[in-house]
Design a protein around this ligand. Structure first.
Ligand code: AMP
Length: 495
């Protein structure tokens, strides 16, 4: 669906003020942990005959639930807690959250005990009422769900501060070059095994022919060395050869988040999306407390730990930067539809830059639509700059007001108006998930739409690769081209 069809007029919020220059002192992790394990199973519930209450149609980025924060507090929304403490001694903003009714307006019997998974935490079986069982089915699908709202296992090794080694990686590791886990902008990722321990890992082979590529790869090592968190992929070792750098990484087997959730045999509900987003926020919150900006938090860089659970890890720190107040970072590459307005404008990037991308990812998870995607790159970049997105599309029909409010506080043009990762974790949408799981079981339409989105992206990638290969063939036969830029989904940002 063209993004324009659900676009509305711009609604900007809050004036922006830069964070002051302060000494950069890394902070220790202070992220809240989810300890509740919630198991929700549900008998096949016939959808209610009367449609669910229609959600209020917001206009533009209208805030659906009022907040009590003052505009001055908003200006410091997206910097870490330590900076916020420096800037304001006033009370932290509180969200005013309306009571949340069952998503499909149905009554549920809540029983305890019988669950297909290990008994820890709350176990809830939701069964339909007799009236529901006899009602004719509507277009709204519901599903049985097991929600495992727990943090992922940490890496199977302790955090390591890695220095580049110059001996060949084959001394220590077997890199299974035929088993490609994925390919990124700058190289391929393969399965790999440590010879001495048999530990299963991943080897990311990065081409470093140019000084810029070398800098990027080194940057990735430096950033990962600073980060030790279960929602952030861990670095195990690193090797430097003449034109390559090999990163040995924690291996995760669940694949990319969006690839997994389009599997319709595992229907996606809003509660699933909450758990995924909460995990991403945990990782980002920690990263920001360590003064690291990711700057490329697109869906491909969120991996699932396994094929069934809700645990995710953030990967690819190639574009990551240490935050230095008032430093203008030149971000040359990014995927247009996920870029924050300040990146497009070559303005200061900081913590809120990641929060914008998180807003885009959340919007996509819930609706399957890319909020700023245009017909071509320049239209996409213009859409980002206007920061207009709406919840008008029918894909948002059953999405809660809290979810829309959450996104509305991230897709804010002015950086100062966006929530920080810690504020996201305190937002009502990401809280009381066990309670919400009892009522929210509508299958999101985003699965089907995301499938189309991914198929289109793959088609585009293949098309560009073939076009590039043809171009190479044509020009190299004329002896004009020595190297080929095979970038597919990125665009250099004018500097
Ligand atoms: P990257 O170049 O780091 O963005 O990685 C490219 C792709 O390889 C990712 O989108 C994943 O699909 C896959 N991948 C990267 N790292 C790992 C890993 N540690 N374990 C499993 N798959 C990975």
């Amino acid at each position: 669906m063209a993004a324009d069809s659900h676009r509305q007029s711009e609604t900007e919020r809050g004036g922006m003020r830069e964070v002051p220059a302060v000494a950069v002192v890394p902070l220790m992790a202070d992220t809240p942990k989810t300890e509740t394990r919630t198991t929700v199973t549900e008998n096949q519930a016939a959808a209610p005959s009367s449609p669910a209450p229609a959600p209020k149609k917001p206009s533009g980025l209208a805030v659906l639930m009022p907040t009590v924060e003052s505009s001055s507090l908003r200006q410091v929304y997206s910097c870490p807690e330590s900076l916020q403490r420096l800037q304001s001694s006033r009370p932290k903003p509180q969200y005013v959250c309306p009571a949340r009714g069952p998503a499909v307006g149905k009554t549920c019997s809540v029983l305890g005990g019988a669950s297909p998974v290990a008994a820890s935490g709350i176990q809830i079986i939701v069964v339909p009422t007799t009236a529901e069982r006899t009602r004719p089915k509507s277009h709204t699908k519901t599903c049985h769900k097991v929600i495992d709202d727990v943090p992922p296992q940490p890496a199977p090794f302790l955090h390591r501060c890695v220095s580049l080694r110059s001996n060949p990686p084959s001394d220590t590791f077997v890199i299974h070059t035929r088993e490609v886990l994925g390919s990124g902008r700058f190289g391929k990722v393969h399965k790999c095994t440590e010879k001495s321990s048999g530990l299963k890992l991943a080897a990311k082979i990065i081409n470093t022919r140019t000084a810029k590529e070398k800098e990027r790869a080194n940057n990735e090592v430096q950033a990962m060395n600073q980060l030790s968190h279960p929602n952030i992929l861990q670095l195990y070792d690193a090797f430097e050869a003449k034109h390559q750098l090999v990163l040995i990484l924690e291996y995760v087997e669940g694949g990319e988040l969006f690839d997994r959730i389009v599997d319709e045999s595992a229907p996606l509900t809003e509660v699933d999306a909450m758990v995924f987003v909460k995990q991403i926020c945990e990782g980002v919150s920690y990263m920001h407390q360590m003064y690291v900006l990711h700057l490329d938090l697109k869906p491909e860089n969120i991996l699932c730990v396994n094929r069934t659970g809700h645990q995710v890890k953030i990967i690819d720190f190639g574009l990551a930067r240490r935050y230095r107040p008032r430093e203008k970072l030149r971000v040359n590459f990014g995927t247009p539809e996920f870029l924050a307005p300040e990146v497009v404008n070559f303005d200061f990037v900081s913590f809120p830059t990641d929060m914008w991308t998180l807003g885009v990812v959340t919007y996509m998870l819930l609706s399957g639509l890319s909020p700023f995607l245009g017909d071509d790159e320049s239209q996409t970049l213009n859409n980002v700059l206007s920061a207009n997105c709406s919840f008008e599309d029918e894909a948002f029909e059953h999405i809660s007001a809290e979810a829309k409010d959450f996104i509305s506080h991230l897709l804010v043009k002015e950086r100062g108006g966006r929530m920080s990762a810690l504020q996201c974790l305190r937002h009502p949408w990401l809280n009381n998930i066990a309670e919400k799981a009892k009522g929210s079981n509508i299958v999101l339409k985003s699965q089907v739409l995301l499938k189309k989105y991914l198929a289109k992206k793959l088609w585009k990638k293949n098309y560009i690769a073939i076009a590039a290969a043809n171009r190479f063939k044509k020009i190299s036969s004329g002896g004009e081209l020595t190297s080929l830029d095979t970038e597919t989904d990125t665009v250099p940002i004018a500097t």
